[in-house]
Design a protein around this ligand. Sequence first.
Ligand code: ZN
Length: 242
Amino acid sequence: MKVGVLSDIHGNLEALTAVLDFFSRKGVERILSCGDIVGYGPDPVACIELLQKVGALGVAGNHELGVLRKTPLARFNPLAVIGIHWTGDQLLDGHRFYLDGLPLVFRFGPLHIVHAAPAEPAEWEYVFSVDDADEQMGAFFTDICLIGHTHIPLMTEKVAKQPARMIKKEGFFIREDAKYLINVGSVGQPRDGDPRAACMIIDLNEKQITLYRVEYDIARTQEKIRRAGLPEELALRLAQGR
Ligand code: ZN
């Protein structure tokens, strides 16, 4: 079975649509989301409804809980707070109900899915480095933990008691004797300098994991951000991948 993994869509419908098209061309049968479907971007409603339509499974991110006021807004940066208020005004009860039903942790076969660092899912700690990842390897009990939150892809592997190491290739085969902590990057607001949407395909039969980048119509999303009256900075950063 091929599983498509996405994270941090952030209301970017053009990026999400491009990734879902890519997944269907690749024969993906199940879609998993590591959270932050909404926030920052101009299409929260369409992104929620599209994920529901394709039967995506997954977890809530801090932006979902921010919109639902279940995590303090004081913990968000000022741009995020503007996005959270704007997003809240767009949602109907059904969309809130859907977001409210997302768990903080979700298990799919060998995959442990959580938005931020797995040790304390509601604390929203970032995993930026291989050292950060190493500290988290005892916090999940499956072979593979999938996270988002930083908007920067990071693939790490730990064998026995050796320190975790970074996997620098885009694709690799899963070892039987290793644990993996993988940040899939962001669909709708990448911050690693590559503006293309990030996503991942896990082939559970072939035991292969591959990161991909998918081009989408950035100018169209920027135009929608401006028309929605959201901050210009949110439009500009999409083209820079920052
Ligand atoms: Zn995010």
